[in-house]
Design a protein around this ligand. Structure first.
Ligand code: R5P
Length: 287
């Protein structure tokens, strides 16, 4: 087996190759001055079981993934797995307004052209996996995040809204903590209060967990409220940390004592590696 480390997922690819005892191939990648992407795979892939690890954010990284799949296909790889720790475009998972497209489906259709299998981590919605015409797996990083949160002494896990409750409940179960979700109550035209639906957070170390932190707006609002309601420490946790528009300083300024994410997107706050849960898909198959 050969594991190709795409430029956006080098850390994850190295760990995956090490767990699977597979050969690691560091892909050569550069971007020309006009923005075009170049890749070169310095290895012979003929007849190989090839695993390409590449998060598809930012968008040129998606093109890089497709080029690597092309390389594996052209060289005559026996089997191609696309491991995409963070599957971008996944939030456009349905038509919200007339005339839109389902971007997640469009991207899935590009990837499946030259892949026999697709693996991602914490897909935004499970039905996204159904957009692939090949075997598709979504693995969860929540137990790995929970292990980290347990070491940080987290007593309460909160979802930023009711829709994200399942994830918070799962994390709470893994670390043996209580869980709840944040509820918004509109007091007036301009005043909104956000508080844990039924739990009292006073004096507690609380984690707010979401799948994606993008601008950090959702969690910053929740964290500021939790601090106002007496939480001692607030930790923001997510699988996919995009951290756009100065999200990290904004989260800290709004009361987040710590922010943790996984290396599904490799950032300065990605202490949790997702390779072990991705490796499980391969190891289960080997039996
Ligand atoms: C939304 O559907 C996602 O689960 C996140 O809650 C959202 O992307 C967070 O966005 P932001 O960090 O910009 O508030």
């Amino acid at each position: 087996m050969k594991v190709l480390a795409g430029s956006s997922s080098r850390h994850c690819a190295r760990e995956l190759a090490s767990i699977l005892k597979a050969d690691l191939v560091e892909v050569e990648q550069k971007v020309f001055p006009d923005g075009e992407v170049y890749v070169r795979v310095p290895a012979n892939l003929r007849g190989e079981d090839v695993v390409i690890v590449q998060t598809t954010y930012p968008t040129p990284a998606l093109l890089e993934l497709l080029f690597l799949q092309e390389a594996a296909h052209d060289q005559g790889a026996a089997h191609i797995t696309a491991v995409v720790p963070y599957f971008s475009y996944s939030r456009q998972d349905r038509v919200f307004h007339d005339g839109e497209i389902v971007s997640a489906k469009a991207v899935a259709e590009l990837i499946e052209l030259k892949a026999d299998r697709f693996i991602t981590v914490d897909p935004h919605k499970e039905h996204i996996l159904g957009f692939f015409g090949v075997e598709a797996h979504g693995v969860s990083a929540v137990p790995l995040l929970a292990k980290h949160l347990e070491k940080m002494g987290v007593q309460t896990v909160l979802a930023p809204d009711k829709g994200a409750l399942d994830r918070a409940q799962f994390a709470a179960k893994c670390l043996g903590a209580e869980f709840d979700y944040m509820e918004k109550t509109r007091l007036s035209g301009t005043e909104v209060v956000m508080k844990a639906k039924s739990l009292d957070v006073r004096g507690k170390t609380v984690a707010i967990i979401d799948d994606i932190i993008s601008t950090g707006g959702t969690i910053a609002t929740a964290a500021a409220e939790l601090k106002r309601q007496g939480a001692t420490r607030v930790i923001a946790a997510c699988t996919h940390g995009l951290f756009l528009n100065n999200a990290l300083p904004r989260l800290h300024a709004n009361g987040c004592d710590q922010v943790i994410a996984t290396d599904a997107i490799e950032t300065q706050v990605s202490p949790v590696g997702v390779a072990p849960v991705i490796a499980d898909v391969f190891l289960e198959r080997r039996g």
